[in-house]
Write a protein that binds this ligand. Structure first.
Ligand code: HEC
Length: 144
């Protein structure tokens, strides 16, 4: 039992620390702009208005950084120390598997309840455009 709870606890500690840091940065922004609502709104808008770019692993790598996937993941020891490792993703998973997870983590988790070593899905929906998903898949699949 302890063996199962430990990674989940460590994971939450990691996410909590990072979200506290992110919260502090947001607070600073809000104080500077003095319009709290506007910060959240403009962030959302810039996501959905981004122009489609051609699909590639290097774009995927940029998007991985841009969307701060490393808050919960690690690659080559970089990122969330106790997070879910994405090293060798291309040797472990198919492109279709990675893609399904990015499209709808909840649904995908339910489809493969034994694939992740945890009892519940901890990855929130990522709100990604299809060209972003395809580039992230290329990048993660290239990690062999
Ligand atoms: C809040 C934490 C969190 C964020 C942010 C997050 N993930 Fe995840 N992700 C997880 C967790 C935890 C898992 C393990 C399975 C689950 O709980 O869904 C996972 C699973 C995955 C998987 C399946 C890996 C496998 O082999 O089983 C992929 C691929 C993935 N994430 C990619 C991404 C990408 C790309 C981003 C950024 C756009 C991202 N994740 C953002 C927490 C997160």
């Amino acid at each position: 039992m302890f063996k199962r709870i430990l990674p989940i606890t460590l994971f939450f500690v990691c996410v909590l620390t990072l979200s506290t840091l992110a919260g502090q940065a947001d607070d600073k922004k809000q104080r500077a702009g003095n319009e709290p609502g506007k910060v959240a709104q403009s962030k959302k808008k810039s996501r959905s208005n981004r122009k489609a770019r051609s699909i590639s692993a290097s774009l995927g790598k940029d998007l991985y950084k841009q969307y701060q996937c490393y808050d919960c993941h690690s690659i080559g020891g970089k990122g969330c120390e106790n997070g879910f490792r994405l090293d060798n993703e291309g040797s472990k998973r198919t492109k279709a598997f990675i893609k399904e997870h990015l499209v709808d983590p909840d649904k995908h988790f339910d489809k493969h309840p034994d694939a992740f070593g945890t009892d519940l899905n901890l990855m929130p929906p990522q709100d990604l455009e299809s060209w972003e998903i395809d580039s992230l898949v290329e990048y993660l699949y290239s990690l062999k």
